[in-house]
Design a protein around this ligand. Structure first.
Ligand code: AMP
Ligand code: GLY
Length: 427
């Protein structure tokens, strides 16, 4: 079949890499894609907020499947838009409806959903301008630290963990009264701080049945030892050793199954990935957040560790037969190290010449492009996160070392990466 993949990051390069290997994939188009995806399919210049242009492109190019990478088009209703077009009625769209995508698009919606279905999550209250004074009162009596979350999408910046009541009150005021994140912070969720180790679990579902994909752990802080500012993700590993056995069974029983049953009982239309952002609190899983898409950089380890044919799983999702699918995971570990621009996640320069990508890497290393731009024959940095270098290994440290060795061959001005990815899992 002809497949259109939407997005342009490392996540989409990894999805394209996996989709291209499917026996069901004929032509692969990536919109807008990046220089890395040109080796796997045809990049198509497209504005992902222009749903009409996407629908017309599907008709003109006989597209049978659309895979949506990022959350914005999903939250804005691309699923519903494409599915409401009668001439696209057989199109498989991988992603939830706008209503179901609120699980990511509205923190308050997600919390209420979890409460309705008894899914473990931090205790919370939500506030707007209307009950602002009550919110101040709530904060002043809250234990420290206090977690404040802008309700809507805020490009990953809408969560503040305040160490003092003063900071929490100031943040609360900025979000609600000063509209720090515009409409997204008109409503604020205040929740209990949970202490534990985070991990990301992924399911593919048709809203009734599901399969699990390999789990992953990402490393969000810029500095080694998990210090410094939050980023979009500095690396990821899979598998996550503590997720085996009992803990994973609890994740399935207490989180995954009740979530899918909740989607089903509430008749939410969902045909795509559910990303469970979890925290392990003394052996018990709690949901920190839902996302309605794959994670980045988790996808750069999850796709390499998925041995099953991804497009076949999408087709099975469409046929409502996921319940009988056996998903096969690669037995090796995978680690991705993200190369970023100097200065990121604060201000950084773009347009630096990247060299060494034509080096011979270990044959179990894959270099995924993220913030990279082609200029004639040259590749230039074009974002904070530039490349994601994934390697397989017999265990996590070996995979990390192999990626670190590949990174030595790649150069650009201001190159920075964390070499301690997976540090907790070193023997
Ligand atoms: P989110 O955007 O919801 O993923 O939140 C960003 C990050 O904030 C998470 O990955 C956690 O590291 C942290 N976080 C969010 N909620 C909590 C919480 N209730 N307790 C502790 N950390 C949290
Ligand atoms: N790695 C976290 C995310 O994609 O939201």
């Amino acid at each position: 079949m002809n497949i259109l993949l939407l997005g342009s990051g490392g996540r989409e390069h990894a999805l394209a890499w996996k989709i291209k290997q499917s026996k069901h994939c004929h032509h692969l188009y990536i919109a807008p894609g990046n220089p890395g995806t040109t080796t796997l399919g045809e990049n198509v210049a497209m504005d992902l907020s222009d749903f009409n242009a996407i629908a017309e492109y599907c008709k003109r190019n006989d597209i049978q499947m659309v895979v949506v990478g990022p959350e914005d088009p999903l939250v804005n209703g691309i699923y519903d838009y494409l599915k409401s077009d009668v001439s696209l009625k057989n199109l498989i769209v991988v992603g939830p409806s706008a209503e179901a995508a609120k699980l990511e698009g509205s923190k308050a919606y997600a919390k209420a959903f979890m409460e309705r279905h008894g899914i473990p999550t931090a205790a919370y209250r939500e506030f707007t301008k209307e009950n602002f004074e009550e919110g101040k009162q709530y904060i002043s009596q809250h234990s420290l630290p206090i977690v404040l979350k802008a309700d809507g999408l805020a490009a990953g910046k809408g969560v503040v963990i305040a160490a003092s009541h003063e900071e929490a009150l100031a943040t609360f005021q900025e979000m609600i009264l000063d509209a720090k994140f515009g409409e997204a912070s008109a409503r604020v969720v205040i929740e209990q701080f949970l202490t534990g180790v985070e991990l990301s679990v992924f399911a593919l579902t048709d809203g009734h049945e599901y399969v699990l994909l390999p789990e992953a752990k990402d490393y969000k802080r810029i500095g080694e030892g998990d210090k410094g500012l939050n980023t979009g993700g500095m690396g990821a590993v899979s598998p996550v050793p503590f997720a085996a056995g009992d803990f994973m069974q609890k994740v399935v029983d207490k989180v995954v199954k009740p979530t899918i049953a909740g989607l089903s009982s509430e008749k939410l239309v969902y045909n795509g990935f559910v990303f469970f952002g979890l925290i392990n609190v003394d052996g018990e899983p709690f949901v920190i957040e839902y996302n309605c898409r794959m994670g980045d950089p988790e996808t750069e380890v999850v796709m390499p560790r998925l041995s099953s044919d991804l497009v076949e799983l999408f087709i099975s999702m469409d046929k409502h037969t996921l319940g009988s699918q056996k998903v096969i995971f690669h037995e090796k570990a995978a680690a991705t190290l993200v190369l970023v621009s100097g200065g990121y996640p604060e201000s950084f320069e773009k347009g630096k010449l990247i060299t060494g990508l034509d080096s011979t890497f270990a044959d179990h290393t894959i270099v995924f492009h993220a913030g990279v731009k082609q200029s004639g024959e040259q590749l230039l940095t074009n974002g904070g996160r530039v490349l994601a270098v994934t390697s397989y290994g017999n265990h996590i440290p070996e995979a990390v070392e192999t990626s670190a060795a590949a990174i030595q061959q790649i150069q650009y001005d201001g190159k920075y990466f964390r070499s301690d990815i997976g540090y907790e899992f070193r023997q």
